[in-house]
Ligand binder design. Structure first.
Ligand SMILES: NC(=O)c1ccc[n+]([C@@H]2O[C@H](COP(=O)([O-])OP(=O)(O)OC[C@H]3O[C@@H](n4cnc5c(N)ncnc54)[C@H](OP(=O)(O)O)[C@@H]3O)[C@@H](O)[C@H]2O)c1
Length: 230
């Protein structure tokens, strides 16, 4: 059994990861911005008989992250999944880029996972073979040619670099740090025409985390287990 903390657990990939980890018998700390409005997650929690608990965490707020870390201060966390993310608004072209939205996108997608890492480092150290996986995106890669979505793409490229640096720093503490592209997934963010279901994405992410070793720290994976070029 693993203890798993997931951010942005109330819908999309985060909700499906929560479901699958519960089904596998793991202990899940499911974090979201508004627990009172997280109806599917609360239903899952009620059915899990204590195996999954719901916790308040807004990854754009240092105060909120620290409060959650304090609430769970005696708990060890074996797997931390930085899943929460935003696309960054509708104004992301060269001509209409909204720079305030861009900064907020960094706050959530880049600085959020960094703050979560700072706040939960001690919880990870309490576990055997701890792992932190951040859900990035293929658009982070320099090998992925594209235009537009400046805020989203740059925030994901930046979080890749942040996590690669942290992987080096945390090697001594034996905490594995990885990044993963979850596929193009049928969620609110990915849209209905996306290529894979949340079920397939979450199953792939869980398998990658299962196989992820300290020797692989700093790697950027695809949900299907391949290494993502970047
Ligand atoms: N879907 C895809 O095709 C795709 C592709 C590549 C990468 N990704 C990445 O995969 C991750 C999950 O995406 P998804 O497709 O499941 O998206 P989604 O359906 O839009 O869900 C996003 C989740 O992030 C949460 N979130 C947003 N801002 C937050 C904040 N400040 N604090 C805490 N939680 C916050 C949302 O909570 P609220 O309900 O409170 O807003 C929601 O639970 C993201 O990091 C995304 O960038 C997705």
């Amino acid at each position: 059994m693993s203890t798993v903390l997931i951010t942005g657990a109330n819908r999309g990939i985060g909700l499906e990861l929560s479901r699958q980890y519960v089904e596998s018998g793991d202990r899940v700390y499911a974090c979201c911005r508004k627990p009172e409005a997280a109806s599917e997650l609360n239903t899952l929690a009620a059915a899990s008989k204590g195996q999954l608990t719901v916790h308040s965490m807004d990854v754009s707020s240092e105060h909120s992250i620290k409060a959650c870390a304090k609430e769970l201060s005696s708990e060890s966390i074996g797997i931390l999944i930085n899943n929460a993310g935003i696309i960054g608004g509708d104004h992301q072209t060269f001509d209409d880029a909204n720079l305030e939205d861009w900064l907020f996108t960094f706050q959530v997608n880049t600085i959020g996972p960094f703050r979560v890492a700072q706040a939960f480092q001690e919880h990870l150290k309490l576990a055997d073979n701890p792992k932190m996986m951040t859900i990035s995106s293929q658009v982070a890669a320099s090998t992925f040619s594209m235009s537009g979505i400046y805020a989203y793409a740059s925030s994901k490229a930046a979080v890749n670099k942040v996590m690669q640096a942290l992987a080096v720093e945390w090697q001594q503490s034996k905490i594995s740090v990885g990044l993963i592209h979850p596929g193009w997934v049928q969620t609110d963010m990915g849209g209905a025409e996306a290529q894979i279901t949340p079920q397939a994405s979450a199953a792939g992410i869980r398998q990658v985390i299962e196989n992820f070793k300290l020797d692989d720290t700093g790697s950027f994976f695809k949900w299907n287990g391949e290494i993502h070029p970047w």
